[in-house]
Design a binder for this molecule. Sequence first.
Ligand SMILES: [Zn+2]
Length: 184
Amino acid sequence: MKIDFNGYNDGANAATELVNTSPRVRSRGEALPDVAALTEFFAALGIDRTVGADDLQPVHALRDEVRAALESDEDDLARRATAFVARAGRGPGLHRDVDGHWRWHVETSPDATADDALAVLIGTGLLGALYTLGHDRFRHCTAPDCAGMFVDTSRAGRRRYCMPEVCGNRLKVAKHRARQRDRT
Ligand SMILES: [Zn+2]
């Protein structure tokens, strides 16, 4: 099976997305509780693979491993991400798309499990982000009371939140409440 992507951003962003589905981060609890949610998650990442109930626990376990990688020091991160790639990888490689532009791909063996396929994509992304952007792009969310983490793949490198649409808003609400408190 071939997983097609534009560059390390895709895998690095997949790492961010995966880590922040955890009940440890989400106030509403587990964001990957069942096969439907997992199917949607894989489709959103562009991994064309059928997932089943047997894949849930291994993906949750991979999530803990990816979190540990994001929290690791530079050398340990490189070691862990390399191990992710090795789980089912035959790549990475380059091929041309229909317009003749280069695209990355990683290949997994046909019998690779869903979590192995995800590990290969994420591992490739983490290595690319570490090599190109540096270790200070692996960060904790700065929103109050948020346990989220992210890989900042933005050009400027000024990202602050694990889920900008949720955590940026959370901060605004907290500031608003503080202002109201000051007034009364
Ligand atoms: Zn956050």
